[in-house]
Design a protein around this ligand. Structure first.
Ligand SMILES: [Zn+2]
Length: 242
C-alpha cells in the first residue's frame, strides 16, 4: 500500500499540481532465488547436511525420470524454473538462478549459499517426485520443521511461503495437492539463511502427472499458481515488517 498524501488545506491557485506519486511497490527490488533441482550428472561426493553437522549427504543426486516421457527430472526442473522466473520478472522481482544450463556441477549447499549471498526474499527449489509405486501422485512442498536447529531463523517464513503457495495451487482444479511436509534432512534448505522451500511439482513416476508436467500449458498454469503464492508471501512479509 502506498501512503496517501495529506490534502493540503490551502492550495495557491498558481501552484503547479503536485507530481504524481511514483513510489513503486517495494517488492520491485526483491530477489527470488530459483534453484532448478539436480543437474545432468550427479555428484555423489558428500558435504555436511547443515552448518556444524557431522552428517554428510551427496552433493547432488541424480533425481527421478518420467515413467512415460523418459524426461529426466533435471530437464523438467530447469524448464519450470525458466517459466517461473519470467513470470516473477513480470511481477517486478529480480530473479537469480542457481543454474541456467544442465551441464553444471553445483552442490545443494552451494545453491543455498547463492541464495544467501543474494539476500533472496525466498529461495525456491523446484523438484519433481518419484516413487516405486506408480499410483502415487500429487503436488507438495517441503519446508523445515520448528525443531530444525539449522533453520530456526527461517522456519516461520518458510512455512508461511509454503502455505500461501499451497493455497494458490489448491485453487487449480487439475492439480492434486498433497500439502506440506516438514523435512529437516535437506542440505539445500539447512544451509539457507533466507526462507527456503522445496516444491515437488508432481510425481514423474505417475503416468498422468508425468504427462501433465510435460505439457507446457499445465506447467505454465502450475507456475502461475506458484508465482502468485510467492507474490502473496512477499507482500504479506512487507506488511508485517511495518
Ligand atoms: Zn529432486
Amino acid at each position: 500500500m502506498v501512503e496517501k498524501k495529506e490534502p493540503s488545506a490551502r492550495v495557491e491557485k498558481k501552484e503547479k499540481p503536485a507530481p504524481p506519486i511514483t513510489a513503486k511497490p517495494k517488492r520491485k527490488s526483491l530477489i527470488i532465488c530459483i534453484d532448478p533441482g539436480h543437474q545432468q550428472k550427479a555428484d555423489l561426493s558428500t558435504e555436511k547436511i547443515g552448518p556444524r553437522s557431522n552428517l554428510q549427504k551427496p552433493k547432488v543426486t541424480g533425481g527421478t525420470r518420467g515413467i512415460t516421457t523418459g524426461t529426466p527430472e533435471y530437464k523438467l526442473t530447469l524448464k519450470a524454473s525458466m517459466i517461473l522466473g519470467e513470470m516473477l520478472k513480470e511481477k517486478g522481482f529480480k530473479v537469480v538462478y542457481t543454474r541456467t544450463t544442465n551441464d553444471v556441477n553445483v552442490s545443494n549447499k552451494e545453491r543455498a549459499e547463492m541464495a544467501n549471498r543474494n539476500k533472496a526474499a525466498l529461495f525456491i527449489r523446484l523438484h519433481a517426485d518419484g516413487s516405486t509405486d506408480r499410483n502415487v501422485r500429487g503436488f507438495s512442498i517441503l519446508t523445515p520443521s520448528s525443531k530444525n536447529s539449522y533453520t530456526s531463523t527461517i522456519y516461520k517464513d518458510s512455512l508461511k511461503a509454503s502455505q500461501l503457495i499451497v493455497d494458490e495451487v489448491k485453487k487449480a482444479r487439475d492439480v492434486q495437492v498433497n500439502g506440506i511436509s516438514l523435512r529437516d534432512d535437506l542440505s539445500g534448505t539447512n544451509w539457507s539463511q533466507v526462507p527456503a522451500i522445496l516444491i515437488e511439482m508432481g510425481f514423474m513416476t505417475n503416468p498422468i502427472e508425468d504427462k501433465n508436467l510435460s505439457d507446457p500449458t499445465y506447467l505454465t498454469h502450475l507456475m502461475e499458481d506458484v508465482s502468485r503464492g510467492i507474490a502473496d508471501f512477499t507482500s504479506n512479509k512487507m506488511k508485517s515488517a511495518r
